[in-house]
Design a protein around this ligand. Structure first.
Ligand code: FAD
Length: 549
């Protein structure tokens, strides 16, 4: 194919992703210097369309970026009033009292929000300050400068044929160049993955770890709705098969976020995270709450869980990784939005100083220092052993030891355990199917539990079918030749959107990718045991269209 010519636009800072990290960076840059040229590019059809947090928001990040958010009408309307933690058995539950929990686990002072709506509101604030925000613009490639530095991105390429050649309505997109490029793509960002590999940013770090989070919004019987109530559960149905747990957050308007996270380091390839979630809703505690209600939305997204020891180096020439592109989730709190915002602010401050000093295209070392030595580092360091303890010793031991570790870190500033490693990455953790028993999941009843494709229709996902499949296989035959006999091809189960199927064609198994269903969770890119699937950006505007997730 002939070299594609593209127009280029010049900015001071180019920001990929209108999540809390990217938008905080844009706002902070404009606060520091209203004349800076700042652009934010977002692959969702609108800001918020691809945002899927629980979410209980710790407002410390927003306080730092927009201290007068209350006066400005930010959609933080539901303060947490009640915090419950249950250990579930198959039919019963035990409430864990709040007093042994370290203070950092307390949700009082936090807000139950639609993070999609918070991002929509932040985008309005940014635009009022002069930030250019382009939704529907997927950044598909990085642009490198003469010295190998990242100098921009390609965004807005549309209209390719399924084989990748330009179609009749082909638009090549633009190059957007910046003195600095910020990657705020969230978990397992495709450009971030390239930058991390190219510049060796994860060298010497522990592997990044992940979970897959699935979430439904329910409208429930007003008599059962308790605005401001936060409930977390562990135990059933996962038991010893996998780490993870649920969250149930009562927001306003009789709505409840019901979500379930499965740690992706599970060994048994027969495990079916989506069906674990569906089964969970039949627990008496949950079923009673949801009975008579209706599910109004569904979505899924991976979540970073590696924490402090997995965070890559954050900067390379011309580029910085923000928020969950670098994995800034505090795992026991299931919170990353506050750190995403703080990281955006810190990156903006470092870039502002650099640009003022007429620098460009170099490493923003001040950003790295701010994250590691500041509030984000403190937040992540304190809980760094919880995830490895859970992976190594299981739920019960990790609750006791992890709790102790968080207390000693909190009160004394040290850990008896030092810093524990994670060991294998999540793909390597998958064991051969022959070592494990298949799991028998009850059929969804269509009332409390739903089949995957019905639920995907509640994510309003859409992909133009005539484009190349954005889920790229390294080797076309690996799914059937390797993954099927060895791992019972787990893509059929780990994908929460039913993208992957093994069907029979002419008496032979065939691997099918229904990329139109993809909700951009990135689980396949993470969990495929052969690491043969690469998630790339489809054309802009495609993917889910979450309402108020
Ligand atoms: C199920 C679940 C529950 C969670 N619950 C909570 C919670 O209760 N509280 C909390 O604080 N945190 C929670 N988190 C974590 C939180 O979602 C993340 O920490 C947070 O979203 C990170 O923000 P971010 O800006 O880095 O990335 P994101 O919020 O993921 O935003 C990234 C944006 O970049 C866009 N993008 C990505 N790649 C490209 C590209 N190449 N081109 C253009 N645009 C692109 C995406 O579409 C998206 O809009 C939860 C996560 C999950 C999965």
């Amino acid at each position: 194919m002939a070299e594609i010519e593209r127009e280029a636009m010049e900015y001071d800072v180019v920001i990929v992703g209108a999540g809390p990290a990217g938008l905080s960076a844009a706002i902070r840059l404009k606060q520091l210097d209203a004349d800076l040229q700042v652009v934010v590019l977002e692959k969702g059809s609108e800001v918020g369309a691809h945002i899927l947090s629980g979410a209980v928001l710790d407002p410390c990040g927003l306080n730092a970026v927009i201290p007068d958010w209350k006066e400005k009408g930010a959609p933080l309307n539901v303060e947490v009033k009640e915090d419950n933690f249950y250990m579930l058995g198959e039919a019963g539950h035990v409430r864990i009292p709040n007093f042994p929990m370290p203070p950092l686990m307390n949700n009082h002072g936090n807000y139950i929000v639609s993070m999609g709506n918070v991002c929509r509101w932040m985008a309005e604030q940014a635009e009022e300050m002069g930030v250019e925000i382009f939704p529907g613009m997927a950044c598909s490639e990085l642009v490198y400068g003469d010295k190998g530095e990242v100098k921009g991105v390609v965004a807005g390429e549309f209209g390719k044929n399924p084989d990748g050649t330009p179609g009749p309505a082909y638009e090549p997109g633009m190059e957007l160049h910046g003195k600095y490029v910020f990657l705020g793509e969230g978990v397992r960002g495709s450009l971030s993955k390239e930058v991390i590999a190219k510049f060796g940013l994860s060298d010497g770090k522990e592997p990044q770890k992940y979970g897959v989070g699935m979430k439904e919004i329910w409208e429930i019987d007003p008599a059962k709705h308790k605005e401001g109530t936060v409930t977390h559960t562990m135990g059933w149905p996962l038991g010893s098969n996998a780490g993870g747990g649920s969250f149930i957050y009562h927001l306003d308007n009789n709505q409840v976020y019901v979500g379930f996270v499965v740690h992706l380091n599970y060994k048994n390839p027969h495990l079916f995270p989506y069906m674990e979630f569906q089964r969970f809703k039949h627990h008496p505690v949950v079923a009673e709450l949801l009975k008579g209600g209706k599910r109004v939305a569904y979505g899924a997204r991976a979540i970073t869980e590696g924490g402090w020891q997995s965070m890559p180096k954050l900067v390379a020439p011309g580029v910085a990784l923000l928020g969950c592109s670098a994995g800034m989730v505090n795992v026991p709190r299931i919170k990353g939005n506050h750190n995403a915002m703080l990281s955006g602010k810190a990156a903006a401050e470092a870039a502002y100083e650099a640009i003022k000093a007429e620098r460009s295209g170099d490493e923003l070392a001040a950003y790295e220092t701010d994250v590691r030595d500041g509030a984000i580092g403190k937040d992540l360091k304190m809980v760094r052993n919880v995830k490895p303890m859970w992976s190594k010793w299981g739920l019960t031991a990790s609750l006791a030891l992890g709790g102790l570790d968080m207390w000693t870190n909190n009160l004394l500033g040290f850990s008896f355990f030092g810093t524990l490693g994670h060991g294998k990455n999540d793909a390597e953790a998958t064991e051969e199917a022959s070592k494990h028993k298949p799991i028998d999941y009850p059929k969804p009843d269509g009332v409390l539990s739903f089949d995957r494709l019905t639920n995907v229709s509640f994510s309003m996902t859409n992909h133009e079918e005539s484009q190349p499949c954005h889920l790229r296989l390294g080797n076309e035959d690996t799914p059937v030749r390797v993954n099927l006999p060895k791992f019972a091809e787990p893509a059929q189960r780990y994908c929460p959107a039913g993208v992957y199927e093994v069907v029979e064609k002419d008496g032979q198994p065939e691997f099918v990718i229904n990329f139109q269903n993809c909700v951009h969770c990135k689980t396949c890119d993470i969990k495929d045991p052969s690491q043969n699937i690469t998630w790339t950006t489809p054309q802009g505007g495609d993917g889910p269209n979450y309402p108020n997730m």
